[in-house]
Design a protein around this ligand. Structure first.
Ligand code: FAD
Length: 515
């Protein structure tokens, strides 16, 4: 996360941006203050026509800030009103206030989406991070989880019952963001995408004509099934979720996950890939696998294959397949192959150490693919081998899959594919973008994007860069996209939430494509 000094600079930047941004004709200081008084929480900052008087600078701390710099290629949007909600009623009131003032809204779960789409330009952003209730029912293996929880909060609440939920791999990723965006979570080779383990969602009924009628409605497969379908992957564009009824899953009885990792020198990364790709397709679904090109301190660039056993039963065939991994990897040329074991929280921490170790800037290019042909793998390996940065990460892994689910079952529709990300990390120093070599790192990721364009199917909504009017469309298979448009028309025809053709403009601030 950002250092204190960096955060202060950023907050100052936000304050200036609040003062400088486009004014809101509809709002007055009086109306914002009256609205603020109606809340249990507070309005942290606002900008109104000729009365730009932020009450205090917002104290939000977004991951997208890490991409900021003197010459930013991603800059946060500036909302007209930033609400820090304290309870569900605050969310309801904020939505009403936005609708009554003809403003768009966005909801902030944990602020992890990488290019800042959780902030709506010149609209009302509702920060739900104080809504952290978690109610676990170990007997039914379900939990009712409010929308402000981090993945690690949820895991800490359910791990004592030997239960898990496919939240993001890093503890600071929000439950809400993965729940409404699809969710490529932990254990998702066995349990599917995060959306596949959601039984119901409490949403505010913003589709009703009169704001006075708006209330909390539990949607699920029988109540508003079309909206429920859309929320499971297209949620940010449809409605506001205040809580999720989650289906939890068992972990092994001793609470320990068995893992293993094998490493190949970068020179034999192609042989490693070919072995992995073939081997992976015959492994039991209980084994989550990934192939990563990365740099190990003191060793240099390597290809690494990792597996984690999520089998709660310790089934003999799965255990045998797991144990066969190490000798098979060594026989396939791995120079090192080691077993490991972790707790669930330890598992999240290990990903945090790899992907979010500190004060880094990053830029992600991602794609879902139907297959990974050798030529594609070869191009990616060459790209990685020529990388100049020490902390680049290039991942090839199966996308979330659940045998019992089809891609048409939820708006999220990229199950049973492969997922690739090209993800450069680099130290963010006080010198900023020019000193830190941003242009070079981004150019490397862009090359990766060009390679993936030749083979790729679509993007993950939560990793999307939103740089063109069809960006959202690229996150859904064609049939799902057609249906999502219908759901949008029915439940959010006036775009209270993010339009389907939303994109960010070149000046760094978010733009709204003309409807
Ligand atoms: C280091 C790092 C690691 C990541 N790891 C993973 C991973 O393992 N798996 C994965 O799937 N993704 C991952 N992501 C991608 C992404 O951050 C998450 O998928 C997701 O956006 C995080 O949720 P959040 O609540 O923190 O997001 P936010 O940024 O707060 O929100 C994400 C989107 O959801 C919307 N939203 C949030 N809350 C609500 C709500 N209550 N109702 C309606 N809409 C809402 C927001 O408006 C926004 O559009 C990672 C990103 C980073 C930077």
């Amino acid at each position: 996360m950002a250092t204190l000094a960096q955060t202060s600079i950023l907050l100052a930047g936000v304050l200036i941006a609040f003062l400088a941004c486009v004014t809101q004709g509809q709002l007055t200081q009086t109306s914002v203050e009256a609205f603020s008084r109606s809340l249990t929480g507070s309005v942290l900052a606002y900008n109104v026509s000729n009365e730009a008087t932020p009450s205090q600078p917002p104290t939000f701390d977004l991951w997208s800030y890490l991409e900021d710099g003197p010459n930013p290629y991603v800059r946060y949007s500036v909302p007209a009103v930033y609400v820090l909600a304290q309870d569900v009623n605050d969310i309801l009131e904020a939505l009403r206030f936005a609708a009554q003032n003809s403003l768009r809204t966005s909801v902030l779960g944990a602020g992890h989406q990488v290019v800042g789409v959780q902030l709506v330009p010149n609209g009302v952003t509702i920060d739900t991070r104080n809504l952290t209730g978690i109610d676990v029912d170990p007997d039914s293996q379900t939990a009712l989880v409010q929308s402000g929880n981090l993945g690690q909060d949820l895991i800490e609440a359910i791990e004592p019952y030997n239960l898990m939920w496919p939240t993001g791999h890093i503890g600071s990723v929000g439950v809400a963001g993965v729940a409404v965006g699809g969710g490529m979570g932990i254990g998702s080779n066995l349990w599917g995408a995060s959306v596949d383990s959601i039984l119901g969602i409490d949403v505010i009924s913003t589709w009703q004509n009169h704001t006075a009628d708006w209330d909390i409605v539990r949607i699920n497969s029988t109540n508003y099934p079309d909206l429920f379908w859309g929320m499971l992957g297209g949620g940010p564009m449809l409605a506001t979720a205040v809580a999720f009824e989650l289906q939890l899953h068992p972990i092994p009885a001793d609470g320990i996950l068995h893992q293993a990792q094998a490493i190949w020198p970068i020179e034999t990364a192609m042989e490693a890939f070919q072995w992995y790709y073939e081997w992976q397709q015959t492994t039991p679904i209980h084994l989550e696998t990934e192939y990563v090109l990365t740099t190990v301190p003191g060793v240099g660039q390597v290809a690494a294959v990792s597996i984690t056993n999520w089998d709660p039963e310790n089934t003999t065939s799965v255990t045998e397949a797991f144990e066969a991994f190490l000798p098979q990897a060594l026989a396939a040329g791995a120079v090192e192959a080691v077993p490991d074991e972790v707790t669930l929280t330890g598992y999240l921490e290990s990903y945090t150490a790899r992907l979010a170790p500190g004060n880094l800037a990053y830029y992600i290019n991602d794609r879902y693919l139907l297959s990974i042909p050798d030529e594609l793998a070869g191009s990616l390996i060459t790209l990685f081998a020529n990388a100049s940065g020490p902390d680049y990460d290039l991942l090839i892994a199966p996308s979330p899959n659940l045998v019992s689910k089809n891609n048409s079952d939820t708006a999220y529709g990229y199950r049973n594919t492969w997922y690739v990300w090209v993800w450069p990390f680099w130290a963010r120093t006080a010198g900023g973008a020019a000193v830190d070599g941003d242009a070079e790192h981004i150019a490397w990721a862009a090359q990766g994007g060009e390679i993936l364009d030749l083979y790729g199917e679509g993007h993950y909504l939560n990793m999307n860069r939103f740089d063109s009017a069809d960006s959202t469309q690229t996150c859904f298979p064609p049939d799902n996209w057609a249906r999502l448009q219908q759901v949008k028309t029915k439940y959010d025809p006036h775009n209270l939430f993010r339009p389907l053709d939303y994109y960010r403009t070149n000046d760094g601030f978010s733009g709204i494509a003309a409807n």
